[in-house]
Design a protein around this ligand. Structure first.
Ligand code: HGY
Ligand code: MN
Ligand code: MN
Length: 415
């Protein structure tokens, strides 16, 4: 007899609270790839997976992978999971809910000694946000054997190198993408994730079926002007890097406002050796552009960088940029969407289909296998990437019930 969804939900949230205690900072929830807190969280997840009757392994990027065999040994797997790293000062359910919900499903199967047609694999991806080395989707890409060796040149804010961080965590940088997962052994990938927006909340719905995931690019822009004494350099003679960067930041917002289905964000702005009485000589900032339509985003990208060049020329500063992240807009598998919709409906809940503005590991898995997502309502106005991020125990329990129903009839063959 499946457990009471409300009780399952309470257990899921209690585990999210326990996991959130593994944070890089004592003051807020931040968990970056391979930090001591990240490694402690990985160990906790591995222990919970073993308790749920799964065999557990850690892959070359530090992702924790639990497998619960199906009725027929060697059956294809329904892979489900999400990430357990976070943004800085983030919310404790982003990613983590998508690991704890399937973990609860498998724990129930194991308690009842029940075996499904498919194997079930729960993957806790070690790095999706890329907050430490700007390596978005690092773990899900490594899971499929896709890794850009250039990332190994990166250093974190404290100057620690990528390879050094891996070795400190007992991982071999040379083997980060070794033993890639053969997509032929995967029947489907389904990711449960908080919506990170207000739609389900506004409509009074607990769950949603994701239709597509917005594509995005992220760039790091550097502006170089001329530092100088704040009191002695006449305004007409200045080449102020921060004033130029500020104009460029506004250009991003102006361009993003000019098109529907487009968002643009500058989330990070730094002044090199910034001091109150010095004209900034160098400034750098990030540009995050997203759209459900790649052509819309690509046109915005062209316009934004053309605006940067014009601003730089007029102000006599230099501007250079490098792209740190790119992923195309992704449609979710229609067949899996139908199976998720049937699972939601089987609980007596309305079926709401909606797109995702946020990026997810499902976009990477969708490059190799059929992939889909189940959204869970966010409270507190839908806020996310913020400590106020919240989910109700009831909704977490309903997500587990829906995923459980999906796992029994995913609509994809097990052999
Ligand atoms: O930025 C995103 O959309 C995701 O949280 N990585
Ligand atoms: Mn996130
Ligand atoms: Mn996420």
């Amino acid at each position: 007899m499946p457990a009471d969804p409300a009780e399952t939900g309470r257990d899921i949230l209690a585990r999210a609270d326990a996991l959130a205690r593994h944070s890089d900072s004592p003051d807020h929830y931040t968990r970056t790839w391979l930090s001591p807190a990240h490694r402690a969280a990985a160990a906790q997840l591995a222990a919970w997976m073993r308790e749920a009757g799964m065999s557990v392994r850690t892959d070359g990027a530090g992702s924790v992978i639990g497998r619960y065999e199906g009725a027929t040994p060697g059956a294809k797997a329904i892979v489900t999971g999400s990430h357990f790293d976070s943004v800085r000062n983030g919310g404790r359910y982003d990613g983590v809910l998508g690991i704890l919900v399937p973990l609860a499903c498998v724990a129930g199967l194991s308690r009842r000694g029940e075996r499904l047609a498919h194997a079930v694999e729960v993957v806790a991806f070690a790095d999706e946000e890329g907050a430490r080395f700007q390596t978005s989707f690092l773990a899900s890409r490594a899971f499929l054997g896709r890794f850009d060796p250039a990332l190994r040149e990166r250093r974190d804010a404290g100057g620690v190198g990528f390879d050094e961080a891996m070795r400190e965590a007992g991982l071999d940088p040379e083997a980060i993408a070794a033993n890639p997962r053969d997509p032929a052994t995967i029947a489907a990938y389904v990711e449960v994730h908080i919506e990170q927006g207000p739609v389900l909340l506004d409509e009074g719905l607990a769950l949603g079926v994701v239709t597509a995931i917005a594509g995005g690019t992220r760039h790091r822009v550097r502006v170089a002007g001329a530092a100088g004494h704040a009191g002695t350099v006449p305004m007409a003679m200045r080449r102020d890097a921060l004033a130029a960067a500020a104009e460029m930041v506004s250009a991003v917002e102006t361009r993003a406002k000019a098109a529907a289905n487009l968002v643009g964000t500058v989330g990070l702005l730094e002044v090199k050796d910034g001091t109150g009485n010095v004209i900034p000589g160098e400034a750098s900032f990030t540009v995050d552009l997203r759209s459900g339509e790649d052509a819309v985003r690509e046109a915005a990208e062209r316009d934004v960088f053309a605006a940067f060049d014009a601003i730089a020329r007029r102000r006599g500063v230099a501007v250079e940029s490098r792209r740190t992240h790119a992923v195309r807009a992704t449609a979710c598998s229609p067949r899996l969407q139908e199976a998720l919709a049937a699972a939601v409906a089987s609980l007596g809940l309305p079926v709401r289909r909606l797109p995702s503005g946020a990026g997810h590991d499902a976009m990477v898995l969708a490059e190799a296998v059929e992939a889909a997502m189940l959204f869970v309502r966010c409270g507190a106005g839908g806020v996310s990437h913020h400590p106020a991020e919240t989910v109700s125990a009831g909704d977490a329990g309903l997500a587990a019930a829906a995923l459980g129903a999906f796992l029994r009839s995913p609509g994809v063959p097990a052999a």
